[in-house]
Design a protein. Structure first.
Length: 198
C-alpha cells in the first residue's frame, strides 16, 4: 500500500551500527517488486509483504538527510512507536480474554454452583485483571511521554516486554478456566449467552 519505502542498507563493510544508512525509495523504482501478502495470526489490518530488490539502483539523493550512517539510529527511533503499539495490542487481547473468562465462569456450573464462586477461579481472574491494569498503565505512560515529544526508548521496551509476557499469562489462565468449554479453532460453545462488558 505504501508509495514510499524507508530502506536500511549497509553502506560500509564493517559490521557496526554506523555502517547502516537509511534510504527513501519510491515503490516504482525499477528492480523493486513486492511479494504476496504475508499470512498472519492476528493483526490482519497491518498488511506486510516481502520487498524484493533485483538489480535495483538507488541514487545518492535517496539517502535520508543526505547523511550516511544514520540508519540504525533512525530504525531505533521508529521501533519505540512500534513497541508501544504492540504493547497496547497485548492489553486489548488481555481485556477480551478477561471478559470471556468472566462470562464463562458466570454460566458454567460445577458441584451445584457457577464456577465464578470458586476462590481459585476468582484468583485467576483477579491476577489477570491486575496484570492487565499494570500493562495498560505502562502503555499509557509511554504513549503520553511520546506525545509530549520526550524520549521513550526505555518505556516502550519495558511496555512491550511486560505486556507481551502478561498476555501469555492471561491466556494460560483463560485456558484453565475454560477447560473443555471451548471448541477447536477458538469457536465458543454454541448458544452461549452474551459476554458482559465489564
Amino acid at each position: 500500500m505504501a508509495g514510499l519505502f524507508t530502506v536500511m542498507a549497509r553502506t560500509r563493510p564493517e559490521r557496526r551500527a554506523e555502517a547502516i544508512s537509511c534510504f527513501l525509495m519510491d515503490v516504482a523504482t525499477p528492480g523493486l517488486t513486492l511479494g504476496p501478502p504475508d499470512r498472519k495470526m492476528g493483526q490482519a489490518g497491518a498488511l506486510t509483504r516481502a520487498v524484493i530488490f533485483q538489480d535495483c539502483r538507488v541514487p545518492r539523493e535517496a539517502l535520508l538527510g543526505g547523511v550516511e550512517g544514520n540508519g540504525f539510529r533512525t530504525a531505533m527511533r521508529v521501533l519505540d512507536k512500534g513497541r508501544l503499539h504492540l504493547a497496547a495490542l497485548c492489553v486489548g487481547v488481555a481485556q477480551r480474554l478477561i471478559r470471556e473468562m468472566v462470562g464463562f465462569a458466570l454460566q458454567r456450573r460445577q458441584f451445584g454452583k457457577v464456577i465464578a464462586e470458586f476462590q481459585l477461579i476468582q484468583a485467576m481472574i483477579a491476577d489477570s485483571q491486575a496484570d492487565t491494569y499494570a500493562a495498560r498503565c505502562m502503555v499509557l505512560d509511554g504513549a503520553r511521554r511520546r506525545d509530549r515529544g520526550e524520549p521513550t526508548t526505555l518505556e516502550a521496551a519495558c511496555s512491550k516486554m511486560f505486556a507481551s509476557e502478561m498476555v501469555g499469562r492471561v491466556a494460560d489462565r483463560a485456558v484453565q478456566i475454560f477447560g473443555d468449554g471451548g471448541l477447536p479453532g477458538g469457536t465458543l460453545l454454541p448458544g452461549r449467552p452474551p459476554v458482559p462488558n465489564l
